[in-house]
Design a protein around this ligand. Structure first.
Ligand SMILES: [Zn+2]
Length: 248
């Protein structure tokens, strides 16, 4: 079975940034896992939550509902501080992600680039930086060797992608996006599924009006940048994240 791991920063990223792609590969029988680094407690939109703890519980439940709707098999929220991922311990967060890669053994890992995606959000940029380093270090027995004593084995995932786009958001500070090397056509039905998954995040309902506008001119296409591969190769334009992947 092919396996995909998606590393995100906030509950709702799995839908808004990656939803069409997750739904597409779930439909193709790929085992999908999503690890979200924060419970999103810095959000302006807080639903009925009175405290950060209540908001964390609500947003974690919304994340699970969205993941389930998209066909995700494993989903997990790690409770790193929202909007402060640049101050989290690099060693600790990368170690947590290395452990997930060693346990889940994905063939392909997808995450944000260090531009922080379309919004340029600090947490998105850091999630990308942490996940990128974890992809590089999960195979190395000399990184986090204590995990090997706990029964984890090193794991060499085959491809790492950063989500990207061929446009900028006009009302945001401009980012410098990674070049598009993969265009994934998810189709109109899965695009609607992505919107519906986002709408599982009821605490974020004030964002719903902007959602379609922020998804660009060709919203049925999600775009990625191939950032690293197990086998050295030239970049070429792809339409499938699993192109060339060997089921091992
Ligand atoms: Zn986010």
């Amino acid at each position: 079975m092919l396996r995909l791991l998606c590393v995100t920063a906030h509950p709702d990223d799995e839908a808004g940034a990656f939803g069409g792609t997750l739904a597409l590969y779930a439909d193709r029988g790929v085992e999908i896992s999503v690890v979200c680094l924060t419970a999103g407690t810095a959000a302006k939109n807080r639903g009925a939550a009175r405290t950060d703890e209540e908001l964390a519980a609500l947003r974690t439940a919304e994340f699970k509902a969205s993941c389930q709707f998209l066909g995700v098999t494993n989903c997990e929220v790690l409770n790193y501080p929202d909007s402060k991922l640049d101050r989290a311990s690099f060693h600790e967060v990368v170690g947590d992600l290395v452990a997930r890669i060693r346990k889940l053994r994905p063939h392909v890992v997808i995450t944000f680039g260090t531009d922080g995606g379309l919004t340029g959000h600090l947490d998105h940029a850091m999630a990308g930086a942490f996940a990128t380093q974890a992809f590089q270090w999960a195979p190395r027995p000399d990184r986090y060797p204590e995990q090997l004593e706990q029964g984890f084995n090193p794991h060499r995932a085959q491809k790492l992608y950063w989500v990207t786009a061929d446009f900028l958001l006009p009302d945001r500070m401009p980012t410098a996006p990674p070049p598009v090397t993969a265009r994934i056509e998810v189709g109109a039905e899965r695009f609607e599924k992505k919107i519906q998954a986002f709408m599982k995040h009821q605490t974020q309902s004030p964002l719903f009006v902007r959602l379609r506008k922020n998804l660009g001119r060709m919203p049925t296409q999600e775009m990625f940048h191939l950032a690293a591969t197990r086998e050295p190769r030239d970049a070429k334009l792809e339409s499938d994240l699993f192109a060339g992947v060997i089921e091992d």
